[in-house]
Ligand binder design. Structure first.
Ligand code: FES
Length: 67
């Protein structure tokens, strides 16, 4: 399967950024986090209680206020 058919990074409308595979994510404080799952969700709304990861909090906002 090609990279175009199986992308490494997926933007979820109104939700997180999905990373497939191994990555190092630097948070807003400069702390680095290595992904440990086959797919990791990075928060794009800024409301997560577990930064930099999405914890589903974005679902509490109306769709037109989501990233
Ligand atoms: S995108 Fe899911 S909590 Fe922010």
């Amino acid at each position: 399967m090609s990279e175009e058919e199986h992308p490494d990074v997926i933007v979820c409308p109104g939700g997180p950024l999905l990373l497939r595979g191994d990555h190092v994510v630097e948070d807003a404080d400069g702390k680095r986090h290595r992904t440990s799952r086959s797919v990791s969700a990075v928060c794009r709304c800024g409301a997560t209680g577990a930064p930099p990861w999405c914890d589903g909090t974005h679902q509490q906002f109306p769709r037109d206020r989501r990233p």
